[in-house]
Design a protein around this ligand. Structure first.
Ligand code: 13P
Ligand code: SF4
Length: 329
């Protein structure tokens, strides 16, 4: 169901300050609003009109008054913005910015699995994390983000089973906090799955008095060592509500530290290192390679060229009903 886009091309170095000026001018000329997720480069966040987590940005997208939205994040986020704003032009800096988690649940596989459950007489509702394609969303009853998942799950009648897709770690965590058993899809995020327990323990020992904050996409062994678990916006609020200068060990995508540092400059933030699954060596691979595809140059290019654009697809209509009921009501 993916759309045909031209691949991005390598371009020469350009001064970031010049690019920022150009983006500012183009944004006005083209009547555009720039939305940026907390995981894209800090310099893009700094020029964006709205920054936030998946939930806030999906809601912000519905409040945009310009005719064009530039969504700096990954494909499913731009797609959600288009679904909620069919009449607007939605541009994305790089169409190859996907998501390993969204990829791990394909619509045809989900449909076959749901059909199997129904054939067995199981009564269930399907809850999808927002990190899914629109085709998957259109097969689900609810869409959740790390920011609203608990609240939505509490709305599901107790006599229904819950099929949670695609993140098994987030699903396990939500099952624990809501007390609702769940059938878990076996997906995961390539960034959050690689945190190393040994390195986290070592970092805690070297930083006495530090607090570990972790995204619920992390595996159970990391969450068990954490003082606070929450999505990116919840993390930001948590550090802002801590007045005393504190060292936070951050178990999520490393760029999140830009937003945390900006919101609560009194603290020290240290990224928890990842571990390479191939060699077992510690690495700094806790950057999302998809989010990393967003650059100032590509933001400028998409504003200037009016593409790549997310084009409306028929199945977006069904996804829209689920997104609206889940995120806006
Ligand atoms: P948030 O919903 O917390 O912003 O997370 C999005 C995401 O892609 C996490 O990997
Ligand atoms: Fe997807 Fe993980 Fe990247 Fe988030 S950090 S966009 S879940 S691959």
């Amino acid at each position: 169901m993916s759309q045909p886009f031209a691949a991005d091309t390598e371009t020469d170095y350009e001064d970031p300050l010049d690019l920022m000026d150009e983006i500012d001018q183009l944004r006005r000329e083209k009547d555009a609003t720039i939305l940026a997720h907390f995981y894209v480069d800090g310099e893009i966040q700094d020029i964006a009109d709205f920054t936030g987590d998946s939930l806030k940005l999906a809601r912000d997208a519905t409040r945009v008054t310009t005719s064009t939205i530039v969504f700096c994040g990954v494909h499913f986020m731009g797609e959600s913005a288009k679904i909620m704003n069919p009449e607007k032009t939605v541009l994305i800096p790089d169409p190859l910015a996907g998501c390993s988690l969204a990829e791990s649940c394909q619509a045809d596989e989900l449909k076959a699995f749901q059909d199997g459950l129904r054939a067995d007489g199981r009564r269930f509702e399907t809850v999808a994390y927002i990190n899914t394609s629109a085709a998957v969303k259109s097969l689900c009853d609810w869409i959740v983000t790390s920011g609203n998942a608990q609240e939505i799950i509490d709305r599901i009648p107790a006599d229904r089973e819950i099929l949670f897709v695609p993140d098994r770690h987030l699903g396990r965590y939500l099952s624990e906090v809501t007390g609702r058993p769940m059938i878990l899809w076996p997906g995961s995020c390539m960034v959050h799955e690689i945190f190393s327990v040994q390195d986290l323990l070592r970092a805690r020992r070297s930083n006495p008095g530090s607090q570990v904050i972790a995204h619920p996409e992390c595996p159970q062994n990391i969450l068990e060592l954490s003082d606070f678990v929450g999505g990116t916006e919840k993390m930001r609020r948590h550090v802002m509500s801590t007045a005393e200068p504190t060292t936070f060990l951050v178990a999520t995508e490393a760029t999140m530290i830009h937003a945390l540092q900006k919101s609560a400059p009194q603290h020290t933030f240290i990224p928890v290192p990842g571990i390479m699954t191939s060699s077992g060596e510690t690495c700094a691979c806790n950057r999302c390679p998809h989010m990393e595809r967003n650059t100032l140059q590509k933001v400028r290019n998409c504003l200037r060229d009016g593409q790549p654009e997310i084009v409306w697809q028929d199945y977006y209509e069904a996804a829209r009903a689920v997104l609206e009921k889940s995120l806006l009501q």
